[in-house]
Design a protein around this ligand. Sequence first.
Ligand code: PHB
Length: 399
Amino acid sequence: MGHSFLRKSLAVAAAVGILTGAASAQTIKIGVVNTFSGPQASFGEMIDRAFRLYIKLNSDKLPPGVKIEIINRDDGGANPDKAKQLAQELIVRDKIDFLSGITFTPNGMAIAPIATQAKMPTVLVNAGTSVVVTRSPYYVRTSFTIFQHCVPLGTWAAKSLKKTFILVSDYAPGHDCEEAYSSSYKPAGGEIVGVIRAPVATADFAPFLQRVKDAKPDALMVFLPAGRTATAMMKSFVDLGLKSSGIKLIGTGDIAPEEELPNMGDEAIGTISMFHYSAAGDRPANKAFVAAWRKEYGEKATPNFAAASSWDGMAMMFDAIIKQNGKLNPDKSIEIMSHFKTDNSPRGTIYIDPETRDIVQNEYLRETRRVNGELQNVEIETAAVAIKDPWQAMQKAKK
Ligand code: PHB
């Protein structure tokens, strides 16, 4: 009996040996905590489409036998407890190699301690409050910071719009926007005539916009999470007569995301926004990106800023995988990703500042126009070249 047991064990060992030998194939798992439901569900679709398109078009660059698997989880929006639980499960049960997604700042804040504890290389492809990336040494951000948009926006606005009313979502990125805009607008002579912090879940903007109208500002500066919320605000802005009374609508590009422009219609025309990406940008790398997107997802589909950040985020993960020949070490991955640089982003040249693990990129002043029958955010000026997060610089100056 002992003998046959030994024979069997040897047979099993041999079989396993052969299997592992033959199967040099290796799957690298990327866990994605993202928003697939609720008013910000467009993030789920944009980010997932960008990841899958990048993988499809570039998998031949991976080391032989290496495959990428995406594991998506829906946080439903700004739900820090849920997001944390999902990240935990992805790490412990699914044994992911990278974590990504993270549309909402509060979710990124909640996940940071477990990313640190698990040494989980995490690529933030949306959450934009400056402080988030500082919360874990395993965080790298390819999206943007709200300060990157709102500081140049304040500088630009002060030139011709002397009185601004501020309307922001009442959570961290909204607070960043208010602070950043004021920090450049006020010293340049602008006056803030009112501030409203509206609950993040606001769907009816009429009561807030009535107050704005009564204050008669030159500009209304808005930050809110992109998606259907932006269209609700835009419609109210027009319906209540703010647009026709001559108030200029300005803000971060979140107020005019590409996928919502058809829902907004001509009411969006004339909106001024400061952002790191527009699908209408005429850089060759962007034209190629938009063309590849439409080939894959249809002529009516247009990538937005989250798609661009995710495309670059996947390129960055590919870089870490390729440079380690598929044998991943978390600290090495972070080291490599912290030095990521490309001239071929749809946004132009971008790089990660190794000191902060945060994105450095251009900011474009855009105006929403109808071009060849299509609503677009036309880039009318490069307002900042290779801008680092201004908040980080302000923190240093305070010390
Ligand atoms: C964020 O929570 O940081 C956030 C969410 C949606 C946006 C921008 C920023 O459109």
